[in-house]
Design a protein around this ligand. Structure first.
Ligand SMILES: *Cc1c(COP(=O)(O)O)cnc(C)c1O
Length: 449
């Protein structure tokens, strides 16, 4: 860990934690679909002197002096975004995906305006109007849902849109294994005069690779994170499409103003440079193959999980993520047991709600898995077969647990279950197999020392 030798010298506490995290990332299987391993060049930019500079404003329109080089960097990031996604306007300053989304509300809605988004327990994101999010506190949130089969209920979307006349309709999610039907959303929005914002946080890299349809022709606004399938640093981007500008000639300016002075101060210039580098990487043929492989791997993982006796929402996947329906294993609310068993066995995943979840948002009945990070490590279909077996074996080790019906009994029960799982020798055995396997697929980052 030569890379962090200055931290090692100056701050032992933080150094030890970083070293621990390094080992965790290198020796385990990352199955969280929103995570990835970014490139060494992106890392370098994140650790660069650019973090020292203030540059409130936009290229050639700054409140501070000394921004000649920062302007070059931000302009490059904007131009690369426009080219790669085929849009006429981009703002690359959002600190992350959530502030990017909030800026969209600020740009086009007044407090109290009706907005629509996919309900969080149905796979939607917090910022699409979940009841505890600022987006529901300040705007009138009308959630839409998925049908029994897990697909978005477009009939309900149309009915709610006509009933509530929303200003803004979100399309995008965090736990949705199907492709998005951007065109149908656009048609409904046109019927009621709403703006459509496509939130492609999860699928941006797939879109760039041609492994998922692009919303560029069927949305007014596109928002994305830069750190999920796009494989850049943490960050956010807001794009305005030609369609958006045709609907509101001032839309791009409104979005710029919503970011600053509306919501943010100085941009994170180190992050902007890292985003620019990630976009250059994403424009290569190698990235196209990467994006296509993510989807092939997800399909292979789905097959392996099913072959090993697990049930998937929708029976499979059309993108990079899978939702395990664990009701057949644990009854309602067993997501915790599965994610604990997986973690102990060296696989990181997150518990998640499934459509019509018989558990709750806090005690969901599913687990969400994805292949972007494993694909970055160079794994292919054959490796996914193995990963599926390990996942199934680990979950099997926890199968006897049942979530207590009394809410107050749950924390203690979960703690006890986790303690027992930690002592489980079969899980320890899987952990060891996973560790050995991972050595063959080093992180794209600098060699371990
Ligand atoms: C991850 C995600 C976001 C938020 O991104 P953060 O960077 O975590 O703020 C927004 N929308 C969707 C659909 C996401 O998946």
């Amino acid at each position: 860990m030569d890379l962090y030798k200055r931290i090692k010298k100056e701050d032992k506490v933080i150094y030890k934690a970083i070293a621990g995290e390094w080992e965790r990332q290198a020796d385990g299987l990352e199955l969280i679909p929103s995570e990835n391993y970014t490139s060494p060049a992106v890392m370098e930019a994140m650790g660069s002197i650019l973090t020292n500079k203030y540059s409130e404003g936009y290229p050639n329109r700054r409140y501070y002096g000394g921004n000649e080089f920062i302007d070059q960097i931000e302009t490059e990031a904007i131009e690369r975004t426009k080219k790669i996604f085929g849009v006429p306007f981009a703002n690359v300053q959002p600190y992350s995906g959530s502030p990017a989304n909030l800026a969209v509300y600020v740009a086009i809605c007044k407090p109290g305006d009706a907005v629509m988004g996919l309900n969080l327990p149905d796979g939607g994101h917090l910022t699409h109007g979940w009841k505890y999010s600022a987006t529901a506190l300040f705007y009138k949130s009308i959630p839409y849902h998925v049908r029994e089969d897990g697909r978005i209920d477009m009939e309900e979307v149309r009915k709610l849109a006509h009933e509530h006349k929303p200003k803004l309709i979100w399309v995008g999610a965090t736990a949705y294994p199907y492709l998005y039907d951007y065109k149908s959303f656009m048609e409904i929005a046109d019927e009621v005069g709403a703006f459509v914002a496509a939130d492609i946080a999860h699928v941006a890299g797939l879109i760039v690779a041609g492994a998922h349809p692009s919303p560029a022709a069927h949305a007014h606004i596109i928002t994305t994170t830069t750190h999920k399938t796009l494989r850049g640093p943490r960050g956010g981007i807001i794009m305005t499409t030609a369609r958006g500008i045709a609907k509101d000639a001032e839309l791009a300016q409104r979005i710029d103003k919503a970011i600053i002075p509306g919501l943010q101060g100085g941009p994170h210039n180190h992050q902007t440079a890292a985003i620019a580098i990630a976009l250059k990487e994403a424009a290569t043929p190698a990235f196209k193959s990467y994006g296509k492989q993510i989807v092939r791997n997800a399909k292979a993982l789905a097959e392996s999980l099913k072959k090993n006796g697990l049930k998937l929402v929708s029976g499979g996947t059309e993108n990079h993520l899978l939702l395990l329906d664990l009701v057949p294993v644990f009854g309602p609310g067993g997501g915790h047991f599965a994610s604990d068993a997986l973690e102990i066995a060296g696989m990181t995943a997150n518990k998640n709600t499934i459509p019509k979840d018989p558990g709750s948002a806090f005690y969901p009945s599913g687990v969400r898995l994805g292949t972007p990070a494993l694909t970055t490590r160079g794994m292919k279909e054959a490796e996914m077969k193995k990963v599926g077996e390990w996942v199934a074996r680990a979950i099997q080790e926890a199968h006897k647990y049942r979530l207590p019906t009394e809410t107050k009994d749950r924390p203690a029960y979960l703690e006890k279950a986790k303690k027992e799982l930690k002592r489980n020798t079969n899980l320890k055995k899987i952990r060891q197999e996973v560790r050995i396997f991972c050595k063959k697929y080093p992180l794209p980052h600098l060699a371990r020392t």
